[in-house]
Ligand binder design. Sequence first.
Ligand code: AMP
Length: 282
Amino acid sequence: MKIIESIREMQDAADALRREGRRVAFVPTMGYLHEGHLALVRRARQLADVVVVSIFVNPIQFGPKEDLARYPRDFERDRKMLEAETTDIIFSPDYREMYPEGYHTYVQVQALEDHLCGLSRKGHFVGVATVCTKLFNIAKPHYAVFGQKDYQQLAIIQRMVRDLNQDLEIVPYPTVREEGGLAMSSRNTYLSGEGRDKALSIYASIVRLKELFAAGERAARRLKDEAERVLRSKDGVEIEYVSISDPETLEELETVTQSAVYAVAVRVGATRLIDNSKLGEG
Ligand code: AMP
């Protein structure tokens, strides 16, 4: 396994791999890896013969009041986990090389950012789209694997790749959950035992909405009311949003005709958690 920090060195390695006719699958992460990330790495391994994982806590996707400074980091732990998964290259650039003095270029995917997390996290998805574009230009992968856990992020990256003719395929991967249903997240490390218990209401709301949907409920208002009721059944779960939206456009629905995404963001103490599930598919 190679660890590459320099952008030039990563681009040269990517060029050499492409010249040799090798297929490259890429998994962008912010590190502090968990089983969800490793599942993406295993999917990448199935897709291609070379797996590149980036570890980069992207400062421009954090708002001024968000958790950039305290975002968990442990490179050595990540390195060992990736080595065990037979990762070929870890790319971990320095933010000063990614965003040097005079950096002025940003990628904005309009419309899709005007929903869900985009409403409270202004500029977040510009930061995400920008860093992904840069990473795609540096690692030059044939495939990039993204988790459905971050549904809006996935939708935005898929739209961006189509709109800008970026020459790679985006491969979605289902949300990996802990026992009990909490979606794995690097931010779960912020939760106390009690916080974790409260956070289980998120998955309970997903299970409940799937039941209601299967029983024929199609009115978004009633689905959302029920989600809120389940979330509020635990004290200390502060709802940021519950949404029933179109899976493609992310626009709020009044009535679900075919499929929809139930998406939710809550705060448990200072920890912001998101989750989602498709209704009407699978
Ligand atoms: P992050 O390090 O949180 O930026 O996430 C890096 C990638 O891992 C993104 O594509 C996420 O959607 C994905 N990911 C994070 N948590 C999970 C999970 N529990 N299940 C599946 N994918 C995940």
